[in-house]
Design a protein around this ligand. Structure first.
Ligand code: NAD
Ligand code: DAU
Length: 348
């Protein structure tokens, strides 16, 4: 039997998925110590992990994954034996208006971690990737692990480049790596630039809900805790060098999701505004998660209907968190981004 991991470097653990993962791991793996490295960009927030900060098995470090000296120092200081890499610039719309930081963080940051992991002799490196590396689907079919890579946005191009580097470090240097590619996540603590929390926040304020294009783009929604459980499963038991797709088998059009949110909140559909489409907008994503189910026994536990109802309730209950992360820079971002699309701007 393989030795359990004792000290794991989690990158991006103050973001949406990373923060949920840190909380889950502290509960599920009572002997594991976590070093959480996060630069606290606009998307990272300690308010998302306040309950984890006092845990003696969790050490938070503010810093960038592109800083090789810092990464090397942390790997040595904490005798890190595993890395789970979430940190990224993650928003497609921002990658369209400013792609450079996506290459700096997602490509160069991943390269830095891989190099230092190799030097330090880390036992396993898990790359949290995305289904967007596969591009866009037509009306039928779903992404498998052997679907050709065809990224369309600067965001997905940078994630694809990072995935190639992870593969190269496995193939060339024998580093033990695994890659997970997941569909769209929803749940608590998601930054309100992403569709679901943005629509909930606007609906709560009786502000217009900006739906891109015809609203018939399809995403395969997965609750964030299901994603976190899958990542831990792949990290613990996945085969070295392999890729595992993760998905919710829950395809919805954006318009359906928006109408569902309005229905839960008891708000009128007249709040919906069709606005200028995202350039290069991928039409449809759908995941074939057969490999992770067959090999590792993972299946999603949260059905979308229950998950979205709980999620709306969470944002209603945590409006202070929402207001805190949506203050300052978010206001300028919203005005800039949504004025370009011809949507009403007020978000205060
Ligand atoms: P997020 O934007 O909410 O969080 C990203 C975190 O990374 C933030 O805390 C930020 O401060 C940190 N970060 C950014 N640059 C950094 C740097 N240079 N050094 C250290 N930390 C840095 O993102 P998320 O939605 O939680 O996504 C996490 C990962 O999951 C990403 O790699 C993303 O590509 C992937 N992913 C996301 C989804 C989704 O639906 N959100 C789906 C599939 C895969
Ligand atoms: O598929 C996985 C990806 O899912 C992750 O890799 C990304 O990090 C994550 O951001 C997400 O990307 P999307 O672009 O699909 O997510 P987003 O929430 O930005 O948009 C979801 C859909 O909603 C998409 O079709 C665009 C649409 N949309 C989005 C916003 C912000 C709108 O119609 N209006 C909006 O205001």
């Amino acid at each position: 039997m393989t030795q359990p991991y004792s000290s794991i470097l989690v990158t991006g653990g103050a973001g949406f998925i990373g923060g949920n993962f840190v909380r889950l791991l502290l509960e599920r793996a009572p002997t594991v110590r976590i070093v959480n490295l996060d630069a606290l960009t606009y998307a990272g927030n300690l308010a998302s992990i306040t309950d984890c900060l006092a845990n003696p098995r969790h050490s938070f470090v503010r810093g960038s994954i592109t800083n090789s000296e810092l990464v090397a120092h942390l790997l040595k200081l904490h005798a890190v034996d595993g890395i789970i890499h979430f940190a990224a610039e993650s928003h497609v719309d921002r990658s369209i208006t400013g792609p450079r930081v996506f290459v700096d963080t997602n490509v160069m940051g991943t390269l830095t971690l891989l190099q230092e992991a190799r030097i330090a002799g880390v036992r396993r490196f898990l790359q949290v990737s995305t289904d967007e590396v596969y591009g866009s689907l037509g009306a039928d079919g779903s992404f498998r692990e052997d679907t050709p890579l065809a990224p369309n946005s600067p965001y997905s191009a940078s994630k694809t480049a990072a995935d190639h580097l992870v593969h190269a470090f496995h193939h060339t240097y024998g580093l033990d790596t695994v890659i997970t590619r997941c569909s769209n996540n929803y749940g608590p603590y998601q930054f309100p630039e992403k569709m679901i929390p943005l629509m909930i926040r606007n609906a709560l304020r009786d502000q217009p809900l900006p739906v891109y294009g015809d609203g018939l783009h399809v995403r395969d929604w997965l609750h964030v805790l299901d994603h976190c459980r899958a990542i831990w499963r792949v990290f613990s038991a996945g085969r070295a060098g392999e890729i595992y797709n993760i998905g919710g088998n829950s395809e919805k059009t954006n318009l359906d999701v928006v109408k569902t949110i309005l229905g839960i909140l008891g708000k009128p559909e007249s709040l919906i505004r069709f606005v200028k489409d995202r350039p290069g907008h991928d039409r449809r994503y759908a995941i074939d998660a057969g490999k992770i189910r067959r090999e590792l026994g993972w299946v999603p536990e949260v059905a979308f209907a229950a998950g979205i109802t709980d999620t709306v309730a969470w944002y209603l209950k945590n409006q202070a968190w929402l207001d805190q992360v949506a203050s300052g820079d978010y206001q300028h971002y919203y005005e800039r981004m949504y004025a370009q699309r011809g949507a009403a701007a007020p978000v205060a």
